[in-house]
Design a protein around this ligand. Structure first.
Ligand SMILES: C[S@@+](CC[C@H](N)C(=O)[O-])C[C@H]1O[C@@H](n2cnc3c(N)ncnc32)[C@H](O)[C@@H]1O
Length: 216
């Protein structure tokens, strides 16, 4: 099953009609494929550009990212930060932390993008906020707790962006005994957000599914 929820030819067509990725991000993606496991976790050109657009529109002072991996999505967003804006991005894996920090420094964004090593929930607890933008893109079993931890610290016009909510379309299929823990967790998370009267949300079929959430 592909990580895209639209046909691959359509995804390729959309990518070919999207402003090309900056050379430093192209190099980061290429080096990620060589140096790190699971390069399919890169958000890629369309979603990276989409995140950059959201930051361009919202002009956030503080962005929180949960799930850094190699730094691709953090640096995509960093390109559109307003003056004084910054990103705190959370990562558990020390190899990925070191890799992302090198990439962020090389791209000249280390004054605005900080990688916090450790469990994301602990980092969220240690931050006062308010968060103007939050990008949730770590372990799927943690989504519910990340969402509940960041929502009280979201600024009045803040936006939560949640990745992989369609999980290659598996969440839309009838529940089965052999569903993975991630599939079950994402179904429960999506139901939780849809029923949450504190927020307004829209689920988009961008890449592997992206939900945007704001306060009601
Ligand atoms: C899908 S990848 C993030 C991809 C990244 N946002 C990008 O677009 O390039 C998810 C990352 O979350 C990290 N992660 C998983 N559980 C975590 C936790 N509890 N705290 C912090 N990071 C975690 C994983 O090590 C992995 O690198």
């Amino acid at each position: 099953m592909s990580a895209f929820v639209v046909a691959e030819a359509v995804e390729d067509y959309a990518a070919a009609h999207t402003t090309p990725v900056a050379p430093f991000l192209q190099a980061l993606a290429a080096e990620t494929r060589v140096a790190l496991e699971s390069p399919e976790m890169l958000t890629g050109e369309i979603e990276g550009r989409f995140l950059e657009f959201l930051v361009f529109l919202a002009q956030p002072q503080l962005v929180l990212e949960i799930g850094t991996y190699s730094g691709y999505s953090a640096l995509s967003m960093a390109q559109a930060l307003p003056p004084g804006g910054r990103i705190v991005t959370c990562e558990l894996d020390p190899l990925r932390v070191a890799f992302a920090r090198r990439q962020i420094a090389r791209a000249g964004f280390d004054d605005r993008v900080e990688v916090r090593k450790g469990p994301a929930l602990e980092t969220v607890e240690s931050l006062e906020g308010p968060f103007d933008s939050v990008f949730i893109d770590a372990d799927k079993g943690g989504y519910h707790d990340y969402y509940e931890a960041v929502l009280p610290k979201l600024s009045a016009r803040g936006l939560i962006v949640v990745d992989n909510v369609l999980w290659s379309g598996r969440v839309a299929q009838a529940p089965a005994d052999d569903d993975s823990d991630s599939t079950r967790a994402l179904r429960a998370f999506n139901d939780h957000v849809a029923a949450d009267e504190r927020v307004v949300n829209v689920m988009l079929s961008v890449r592997d599914g992206v939900t945007l959430v704001r306060r009601a």
